[in-house]
Design a protein around this ligand. Sequence first.
Ligand code: ZN
Length: 91
Amino acid sequence: MFERHPNDDRLSNANCIEGFAHCTSCFGQCPAGVTPREWARLEAGLTKRGMQIWCVRCEANLMHVDYEGQQHPVTTTRAKAGERVIDGGSH
Ligand SMILES: [Zn+2]
């Protein structure tokens, strides 16, 4: 799930998403001419057990990941204007 920079332990802060999360309830209602990215109304956030993705339009769970009490590496950095993102290699 997490990609690392090939030369160090930093996680990439580039968009490395390979499989987008879509709400099965409202994804099919996406109007013509509107991209899935424009249509999606998702929230992502930390929970007591892990991380959850929530469809705001449907008020429904898409995914709730249980970290099973483990801590995982995370990056909260972002590239500033004109700065290269931390390239995680394959994305
Ligand atoms: Zn939905």
